[in-house]
Design a binder for this molecule. Sequence first.
Ligand code: ZN
Length: 265
Amino acid sequence: MFQVLLMKFHDIHCHLPRNYFFRDIEKHMEEWIKKGLETIVSVSSEYRDSIRNIELHSKFTQIIPGIGIHPWSAKRNLTDEIKIQFETLVTENQHSVIGEIGLDHHFIDNKEYYIIQEEYFRFFLEIAERHKIPVNIHGKGAERIISEILTTYKIPSNDVLMHWYSGPKEVLQTYIERGYFLSINPSILAGSSHINVLKSAPLDQILTESDGDVKYTIDNERVIGSPAIIPKVMDKISKVKKIDLQEVSEILHNNLQRYLNIKSI
Ligand SMILES: [Zn+2]
């Protein structure tokens, strides 16, 4: 008799507050859990998302709430009122991740926003440092600046995740040397240069993400990113790293535990 082992997987960066997921979350979760999903970090783009994520966590223990403001949403000054709102959310929800936070100097070309982005980014890093909570970072076009900013906070390297890295090779090398996590997503199935991140990073610094509901074109087909696609990403990781899929799954599981600071399995 063959015993089919369910391959456990995680999605370290998915936007569940978006309506596509949120309105049918029970149905989606049932499908993903059946496939072997153990954990999703559901990131926030804005305050409303953070509230939705906390609500989702109360329904599903597999969902870790992301609390934060995406750099694309960092367009109005960071007031004391906003600071208190987020500080309260984090204080009441310690089992969380700070994200999606960061800087974006690529898609956002109005430089007036860069100062505001940095203000938010530093505010959230300070919260993460103080509460000892992992961070989920977007850094498109600002990888070098992020690298410098991070040296000014006492955040342990295993608490730092760089999501969908696509910046300069030297900065990637710095991130790897510091021991940060790098999340690998379905774009590696679509011939993206993101595969170089997978090739460069040691397997014990890799996590997997869908960045759902981002869409990918894989084999001429438009696919909505969701945790359901992660097993294919793991299969590709196994091929690129030339490591047995079961072993890849175990290493990724251990990485997840380290990132979320979970001591026992
Ligand atoms: Zn995202």
